[in-house]
Design a protein around this ligand. Sequence first.
Ligand SMILES: Cc1cc2nc3c(=O)[nH]c(=O)nc-3n(C[C@H](O)[C@H](O)[C@H](O)COP(=O)(O)OP(=O)(O)OC[C@H]3O[C@@H](n4cnc5c(N)ncnc54)[C@H](O)[C@@H]3O)c2cc1C
Length: 415
Amino acid sequence: MNIPFQTKSKRSKPRILIVGGNFAGLETVIHLNPDHVDVMMIDPCPFFEFYPNINEIVSSVKKPYQLVLSKENILRRHGHKWFQDHVVNIDPKKKQIHTQNRLTLSYDICVLAIGSVVNTYHVDGVNSHAMFFKNTVDCYAICLKLNELLEHNSSASVVIVGSGMEGIEAMGEILRKYRDNKSVEVHMVEQADRVFPQGPDEIGKELKRLCIPYSVFWHTGKRVIAVEPNHVVLDSNQTLPSDLTLWSAGIQASNLIFDSGLSNTANGWARVSNTLQSMYHNDIFAIGNACELPNPVSKQAYHAMEMGECAANNIGLYLNDKELIDVKLSNKPKLLSFGDIDTFLIAGKTVIAGSMIAAAKESVYQYVMNHYDSEWAIAKWLHICQRAYRGAYQLGWQTFGSLEAIQRLPNIRFL
Ligand SMILES: Cc1cc2nc3c(=O)[nH]c(=O)nc-3n(C[C@H](O)[C@H](O)[C@H](O)COP(=O)(O)OP(=O)(O)OC[C@H]3O[C@@H](n4cnc5c(N)ncnc54)[C@H](O)[C@@H]3O)c2cc1C
C-alpha cells in the first residue's frame, strides 16, 4: 500500500503523526506549518463530525451530512496528509505506530487525539441490544429505528440509560418529534439519585416539570443490570419494556492508551503535564478527551480545540529546543438543549433557561463548521448560507411556527 509519509532517508522535515482527528487532532493540524513539518493524520473516520448537535439527527431537524466535513479536504487545504486507518498500537520506544491494516509508521512526534469510547460497565446485553449515541451514524440509526417502530407498532417504549448531557438531549429530540403521540413512552434511568447529576439540581427539577404533560417516566437511583431485546432489567429487579434502548451512560478511555504505556492509572486516560506532553514520553502529546491533565478538566469540545492549538505551538517549541508553554483552558458556559421545549445555559451554578438560547447553540455550530470549512471565500459563503437557510427553515419553523412556540419565546428565566 502506498503511504504518503516520507521515508526516513528522503526526509528533511520532522515527521508528525496525528492519531485521531476530530476536534483536538484537527485543531492541531491546522496550526502546523507544512513548510516546517511533515504531518500525517490517521483516523478510521473520514469525516469531521460536530458531535454537540448530532442529537438533532434523531428528530430529523438536521441531516447527517449537515454535521460533517471531509477530513481529507481539510488536511489537503492545509498542506498535510490524511490516511484512513485505525491505530492498534503505539510503540514509544521504537517511535512507531501499528495499524489495523498491518502498517507500521515511524514518527518524530506523535499526537494522540483519539477521544474516548462508550463505557458499557460490562452490563450484559448492551453491545447486542442497545444503541449508542456517539456519532452521526448512531443518531441516524436511532432516527430510522424510531420511524420503523412507529410504522409497524401501535406503541413504542424507549428507555434511555444515563441522564447526562447526551441522554437529556436525546430525550429532548424524541419529544420534539413524538411528544404528541401518546403511544410513545420514554423512560429515563439514572443511577444517581437525581436527574442530570453533572449540573445544578434546578435543571433536573425543571426537566421533570416540563415533561409532566408527556409520557415520560423518571427512574432515578436505579441501575440497569441487563439489556434484553424487549426490556431492560434494573437493580431493583424491576423490568422496563423497551423497544429501543439508548445507552448514554458515560465514556471511558480507549485501551490503546494503557496498552501503549501512556497511562498507569485505573481510569486509563493518557496522563500529561500542563504542556500536554505524555508523563512518560516527551515526544508524545496527548490532547482532548483522551488526556488527563494534572488538574483534570471536563471533557468538552472547546477544551479539545484549545488543547489542539496549544499542542501545535508546543511541537514548534519542542523542535526548536525552546521552553514549552502550559495549556490555558477557558471556562465557557455549557449549552444543554431539550428539543424545542427548552434550552439551558449553564455557567457554574447559574442556569438560564429559554427556547431563545437555542439560537446560541446554533451559532456555535455555525461558527465551528465555518472554522474548518473551505478557505475559498465563495465556497465558504455558500456553505454558510446553506447551513443558515437550513437552520432557519428547520429550527426557525419549530421556534416561531406555532402559537404555542411563540408563547414560549419570551420565557427566559433564571433557575
Ligand atoms: C452527543 C454528544 C454531545 C456533546 N455535546 C457537547 C457540547 O454541547 N459541548 C461540548 O463542548 N462538548 C460536547 N460533547 C463532547 C465533545 O464532543 C468531546 O469533548 C470532543 O469530541 C472531544 O474531542 P476529541 O478530538 O478529543 O475526541 P473526538 O471528537 O471523540 O475525536 C476522536 C477521533 O479519534 C479517532 N480515533 C479513535 N480511536 C482511534 C484509533 N485507534 N486510531 C485512529 N483514530 C482513532 C476517532 O475516529 C475520532 O475521529 C458532546 C459529545 C457527544 C457524543
